[in-house]
Design a protein around this ligand. Structure first.
Ligand code: PA5
Length: 440
């Protein structure tokens, strides 16, 4: 009962932060998180779209993506951390599993998508340069950086911009047509975009921090290039907002998730939070959550350790530890109830040496369902705590719900444990050192 009361208070505080932000009330940063603007962003973008039609942010993102996608065969999306992980999650969850390899018709005529500027890796960058050059097709760049000064992304942008210019012929004067920047209102990337003459520059809104920005132009621009349904994505998130605002702890799934995680930490010492995804398509979405949780709540020597697993793959590696290792884990299953496409049966065979004819009528989803049930039973028998999150199916709408669910849960948990989820001073420390070392 105490926890339910605290969760309710935390929810009220999160809603009050969002309201203060929406009202544009100036509050000292140390008192109210500056980045509460993510909360009603989906609602605001949808309302803007309904009211302003082609002049709205959403319509402009779609138009720019349609234009670029008509002109290029591939696009390289540059960005790191919150400026990268949501786009990758969207691609892996909502597109063909071999998206970059299939024929254009199977990509609905949309460009291939590669990610760079998300690491410092000479070999990976070199291989991408070679790939783009050897293919000889037209390609474009989307550069995403809220601050505009992140070295990994900036260096990759400079290098690939140089290649793009060379591929176009240095006098073509068309460079800006093939570049879409997504950045803050000011900063180095913004200035560079102006100098390049880019006409389609999208903004990472004030008050929306990197890892909370997947439903802004940061995630929407790559999603639009992939031809995804942006309105469904935002509608899913808006529906989660509605649920969050209108339900107390007894029925509010965001508060219930936070409650379970918190109780397991407090009562059982479950400081490792495993997001156990049942399917490859959710791996990147889970890694997006890894970043959200770690960077938001890993402060002041507290904060759970997130861990992504993909099952059944990782039952053959981490599974041993989860079943019999230290009792420091809460395993949350992320389960998609319906496969998006037809179910494949095992089938019968003249070659029954594998003994599978007995299972001939079983499908891959049947095997997965048995694996989920069997794994949870084994954990239960060993007194290992689990929780389940179900997505009815995997599409833009449910992914929008998932993103918003996790972002809300993270800020509620921050309020509950007295940690400001916004900002990432620990990340800034390495950046400062790296820049100083490079300029020595
Ligand atoms: O969540 C965050 O704020 C970070 O992960 C940032 O997204 C990341 O550091 C990239 O920053 P920027 O978009 O300014 O390049």
């Amino acid at each position: 009962a105490d926890l339910a009361g605290h969760l309710d208070e935390a929810r009220d505080e999160v809603l009050a932060d969002a309201q203060l932000w929406a009202d544009g009330v100036e509050v000292p940063a140390e008192k109210v998180p500056l980045d509460a603007g993510f909360h009603d962003l989906p609602d605001r973008l949808l309302a803007d779209f309904r009211t302003n039609g082609p002049r709205s942010e959403l319509a402009r993102i779609k138009a720019a993506a349609d234009r670029l996608s008509g002109e290029v065969d591939s696009v390289v999306v540059l960005g790191i951390g919150g400026s990268y992980m949501g786009a990758r999650a969207l691609l892996e969850a909502c597109c063909h599993q071999y998206y970059n390899e299939v024929e254009p018709a199977m990509r609905r005529g949309r460009p291939r998508m590669y990610f760079e500027g998300n690491n410092v890796d000479n070999d990976a960058l070199l291989d991408l340069q070679r790939l783009l050059q050897s293919r000889g097709d037209q390609w474009g760049l989307v550069c995403i950086s809220k601050s505009g000064g992140t070295l990994e992304t900036a260096a990759a942008f400079r290098i690939l911009l140089h290649d793009l210019k060379a591929s176009l012929g240095k006098d073509s004067g068309e460079l800006a047509k093939f570049v879409i920047p997504v950045t803050g209102k000011t900063g180095k990337l913004f200035e560079l975009s102006q100098a390049l003459g880019c006409k389609e520059v999208f903004e990472v809104p004030d008050g929306v921090g990197g890892r909370f920005s997947v439903l802004s132009a940061v995630g929407l621009t790559p999603a639009a290039l992939l031809g995804l349904d942006l309105e469904r994505l935002l509608a899913g998130a808006a529906a989660m907002n509605e649920h969050f605002r209108n339900n107390g702890p007894a029925t509010n799934i965001v508060l219930q998730y936070v409650g379970v995680c918190h109780l397991m930490e407090e009562l059982r010492g479950c400081y490792t939070r495993v997001l156990s995804t049942w399917g490859k398509r959710l791996e990147a979405a889970s890694l997006w959550y890894d970043q959200l949780l770690a960077e938001s709540l890993g402060k002041h020597e507290v904060g759970a350790l997130p861990l992504t697993v993909v099952n059944t793959r990782d039952l053959h590696s981490r599974g041993q530890q989860h079943q019999e290792g230290a009792r420091d884990k809460l395993i949350t299953n992320l389960i998609v109830d319906q496969p998006s496409r037809g179910a494949i049966k095992v089938g019968s065979s003249d070659l029954n040496q594998d003994g599978l004819n007995e299972l001939a009528e079983k499908s891959i989803p049947n095997i997965l369902a048995a694996a989920i049930e069997g794994t949870n039973l084994a954990y239960r028998e060993a007194n290992r705590p689990t929780a389940d999150i179900h997505l009815p199916q995997l599409d833009e709408y449910t992914l929008g719900q998932f993103f918003q669910f996790m972002m809300l849960a993270t800020v509620v948990e921050g309020r509950l444990i007295g940690i400001n989820p916004y900002g990432q001073p620990g990340v800034e420390a390495y950046k400062k050192n790296m820049n100083a070392i490079l300029r020595r």
